[in-house]
Design a protein around this ligand. Structure first.
Ligand code: HEC
Ligand code: HEC
Length: 508
């Protein structure tokens, strides 16, 4: 009793009360604030998808950490800076939007992912932005989305330049962006509106402008057009190569986006030398190296989620030509022995059987004779620098090599890989079988309407009803359409034999 009284007395004493108030002010409140801040600005939660195909289209590879655009900035920029786009929205850069149930476009295109990080929803690109596209059987038919095919309509240079130009525009400021977010129905809460987004806009502007400085060589390159990127000059930026002082012959080296199907057969029973110039023999390193293209770096890469993509591309197969157009089985039969005699040794027995003595090996440039810039853009110095990537990690890069030619690759789903060759300089399979002088000197890229006779996308039309097409000039540096010619490459076959050979390759 006495004791209790004693305690009550102390509690009632002004010192005890002051102590409690002080304790609340200096310990409890700050702790609550920290807890609140942690739950508001901590956390790192990507939007995940159970199905591997949805994950490929919209799943994260980790790039949003460093590079992510705040969701609402991404959404409204096409309307803040429409003058830097070739048409309306990201659609005009050839990005593919799926439809919602009500027929409207989804909010984000295929090839972008979303993650909540540091208290803000962020968007960035993933593998599908360069490795997925659409095909139509005729201009009035709906597009079919094909996962793993080259992103033949995606204008990567236009995409980069859109952000660089917009960030440099006075409209890239909270005064213009915030009202546009409101107009488009983005209901930002007070904190987002007055603190988070204004800060994010300022940070993003600085970051994009800094990046624009490092990528200013891109704007001095000839346009790549849709479906291509200058792979390894972009990689040099990661190492802070002095881009202005490099040998000019290393530049203008655009590479066509390749397909990603059947990766297991590219590593088993034997590891093939791949990338266009065969500079790397391991699928896993090619994947991680590709992940740089999705904005990830060693500390930010999301290995768990990339490995879901890796597992999926090991097995995924291309859709067959016959799902879209008829194949003349008898004619194809006649083409089979021609293919076997001329092509199988370098390109594999068929679209699913990759056996062949030289498959996955490099044919020297002097022999293949195709445009040399992509090969020259990949320098020995770059190979050495790549070997420092992921240094200290168990998956440090060790397989990059300087080669001296282009790789003999399997031809699975070849019908969807047009235009052909590493620089996409020949519009159709039929035209690849012509001597260089008889191949089109210029043609249009970016159409997703298919030409089942020539086997390639329609390339003689200047415009369609989608994103603008690109006039490909084979005389521009990096665009040469020569090489892969002569008796061994089938260009001296008779017209009938060529037709039969092409029919056979429709079964790949
Ligand atoms: C910015 C566009 C872009 C993005 C994004 C991209 N890639 Fe690629 N990918 C390319 C290009 C271009 C090549 C061909 C490179 C070369 O040889 O010049 C390529 C090549 C590859 C290859 C080798 C293909 C072969 O047969 O030679 C693999 C495998 C690959 N990418 C996987 C991925 C994965 C996995 C991701 C996501 C983590 C990814 N890519 C993201 C553009 C991209
Ligand atoms: C000596 C090996 C060799 C032979 C023989 C050969 N090719 Fe090729 N082929 C290559 C190389 C190397 C490339 C890549 C060249 C480049 O892109 O610069 C290539 C590229 C291709 C491509 C482009 C693939 C793409 O995704 O763009 C096709 C299609 C092709 N060859 C078909 C054929 C056909 C059909 C034959 C037989 C008539 C044939 N090749 C014979 C080595 C060969």
């Amino acid at each position: 009793m006495n004791e209790l009284n004693g305690q009550q007395k102390i509690a009632k004493s002004p010192w005890k009360r002051r102590f409690i108030i002080l304790f609340i002010l200096t310990v409890v409140l700050p702790m609550l604030a920290v807890v609140w801040l942690v739950q508001r600005f901590g956390g790192d939660v990507p939007v995940d998808y159970a199905s591997p195909t949805e994950h490929f289209k919209y799943g994260s590879t980790g790039g949003e950490h460093e590079m992510g655009f705040p969701y609402w900035i991404w959404r409204v920029l096409p309307d803040v800076c429409p003058q830097y786009l070739p048409g309306k929205g990201y659609q005009s850069l050839g990005m593919v939007f799926e439809k919602n149930a009500d027929g409207s476009d989804r909010d984000l295109p295929v090839g972008t992912s979303q993650r909540r990080y540091q208290g803000i929803d962020r968007v960035f690109v993933n593998c599908a932005v360069c490795h997925t596209s659409t095909v139509r059987t005729a201009a009035d038919q709906p597009p079919t989305i094909v996962l793993g095919m080259p992103a033949a309509t995606f204008n990567m240079k236009g995409f980069e330049e859109f952000f660089f130009h917009c960030a440099a525009d006075p409209k890239f400021s909270k005064e213009f962006i915030l009202p546009e977010i409101e107009r488009q129905g983005g209901q930002l809460d007070l904190l987002d509106r007055y603190v988070v987004y204004p800060v994010a806009i300022a940070i993003m502007r600085d970051r994009v402008l800094a990046l624009a400085g490092r990528f200013d060589w891109v704007s001095r390159q000839h346009a790549w057009g849709p479906g291509r990127v200058d792979t390894f000059n972009s990689a040099k930026v990661i190492f802070n190569f002095p881009m202005a002082h490099l040998d000019p012959d290393e530049f203008d080296a655009p590479a066509d986006f390749p397909s990603l199907w059947r990766q297991r057969q590219r590593k088993e029973p034997q590891e093939m030398q791949l990338h266009w110039d065969g500079n790397n023999t391991t699928v896993e390193e090619r994947n991680k190296s590709a992940a740089f293209g999705t904005g990830t770096t060693p500390p930010t890469i999301d290995l768990e989620r990339i490995s879901r993509v890796e597992d999926w591309i090991l097995e995924v197969t291309p859709p067959s030509f016959s799902q879209f157009f008829p194949v003349d089985a008898e004619l194809a039969q006649r083409g089979a022995p021609i293919y076997k005699a001329y092509c199988a040794n370098c390109h594999g027995a068929s679209g699913s059987d990759f056996s062949g003595e030289l498959v996955g090996k490099v044919t020297p440039l002097a022999e293949i004779g195709t445009d040399r810039r992509r090969l020259d853009s990949y320098t020995y110095t770059l190979a050495v620098n790549q070997a420092t990537l992921y240094a200290g990690y168990p998956w440090r890069f060790t397989h990059f090599r300087k080669t001296h030619g282009y790789a003999n690759m399997p031809l699975d789903g070849v019908w969807l890989r047009a235009p052909y060759l590493h620089n996409g300089s020949v519009p159709s399979l039929r035209e690849l079988l012509e001597p260089a002088a008889a191949r089109p000197a210029s043609f249009y890229r970016g159409n997703d309407v298919y030409d089942p006779l020539k086997v390639g996308f329609v390339s003689d039309q200047a415009q369609g009803n989608g994103p603008p097409f690109f006039l490909f000039d084979t005389t521009a540096p990096g665009n040469g359409n020569g090489g892969h010619t002569g008796k061994a490459y089938g260009t001296e076959l008779s017209a009938d034999e060529k037709t039969a050979l092409v029919e056979f390759m429709k079964t790949f």
